[in-house]
Design a protein around this ligand. Structure first.
Ligand code: SF4
Length: 342
């Protein structure tokens, strides 16, 4: 398999994606690894750092999230962090080798009064030579435009799961709301980061629907985070899965999801996100073989534990992986050749 730019497709069918999921595991891995090395330096993995710049008290009811006001998780609500504090954390992340600094705020959507501070943060982090990513909830076209003018590189807004399972996870906004924000971000010229969470009790058909949604966007997201649910006590899904331990995503099925995402979206950075701290080194190695080429580093994600810099460095040494430095050369070259689908 050696996909050429013309084979970057937005016309995947659910049947095709389901067929990929059903391949014998080693065959699927071989195909995914082939697509990966045809499009990316396979030994390089991008390091991203995530900071919660406004934690908790979110009015949305995402069933997996400890920051929702509906969750009884003990997460305390904070105000938006001071700009200088955010910049200090960004400087530390850079010192630790991060290439991208991702900032999350637990909001349904940013208020207009928050935008000046957000714009200042984007400009400050960018001035340090870091790529910037923000996740602030739903955006209007005007807000997306403001972030674009500030120089925001990426906006994260996950579709979370397939459209059919979505309403079992979130009721305060619908799937189309998510797609509308992605479109606003894309139209403002900001790179799109969008993925989801597996292991929320969804079926494989839902995972097919999840990959299908992203792979059939007119232009694939530049970053696709694939999370394994971290069940948190007090959240709807955390409590549900505590009673049904078998619902936890099987490692092999998780790797399959990464592999299928890689095959369907050859140029995207596929990011191993939440859930990595509870994965064995062998499972993580399989994910890298299957085409994952980006991780979050540091000890903490927004509120959940993460694998930590020291254990990541040890794993990279063991696997012969190196942190991605600068713009990924093959991707930059290939992206320039690809015409977005109509
Ligand atoms: S995932 Fe985001 S939008 Fe949903 S409850 Fe958590 S912070 Fe709010």
């Amino acid at each position: 398999v050696n996909p050429k730019p013309s084979q970057i497709r937005s016309d995947w069918t659910r049947d095709e994606i389901a067929t990929l999921f059903e391949l014998p595991f080693t065959e699927l891995l071989f195909q995914a690894a082939s697509v990966h090395r045809a499009n990316h330096p396979p030994e390089q993995v991008q390091l991203c750092t995530l900071l919660s710049i406004k934690t908790g008290g979110c009015p949305e009811d995402c069933g997996y999230c400890s920051q929702s006001v509906k969750a009884d998780s003990g997460v305390e609500a904070t105000k938006l962090m001071d700009v200088q504090q955010v910049l200090q954390s960004a400087a530390q992340a850079k010192d630790h080798g991060s290439q991208r600094f991702c900032m999350g705020a637990a909001w349904r959507n940013p208020k207009d009064r928050d935008m000046p501070a957000i714009v200042e943060i984007v400009k400050g982090v960018r001035a340090m030579g870091l790529e910037t990513c923000m996740t602030l909830g739903m955006l209007t076209p005007e807000q997306a435009e403001m972030l674009s003018e500030a120089g925001l590189d990426y906006y994260n807004h996950n579709v979370d799961t397939g459209p059919e399972y979505y309403e079992r996870v979130i009721s305060t906004r619908n799937y189309q709301d998510r797609l509308d924000t992605l479109q606003n971000v894309r139209e403002a010229g900001i790179n799109v980061c969008s993925g989801g969470i597996v292991g929320m009790g969804e079926t494989r058909a839902d995972r097919v629907g999840f990959v299908y949604t992203l792979a059939t966007l007119p232009q694939h997201p530049e970053s696709v985070p694939v999370n394994a649910l971290v069940p948190v006590k007090g959240t709807v899904l955390g409590d549900m899965l505590a009673d049904t331990p078998l619902a936890k995503i099987d490692d092999i099925e998780f790797v399959r999801t990464v592999a299928v995402a890689r095959i369907c979206m050859p140029l995207s950075m596929v990011r191993l996100s939440a859930g990595r701290e509870s994965m064995s080194e062998a499972t993580q190695a399989l994910c890298f073989l299957a085409g994952a080429n980006s991780i979050f580093t540091g000890d903490k994600l927004l509120t959940a534990a993460n694998a930590g810099d020291a254990s990541d460095a040890a794993l990279f040494a063991k696997l012969g992986l190196t942190p991605l430095q600068g713009e990924e050369p093959m991707r930059a070259e290939r992206m320039a050749e690809v015409e977005p689908a109509e």
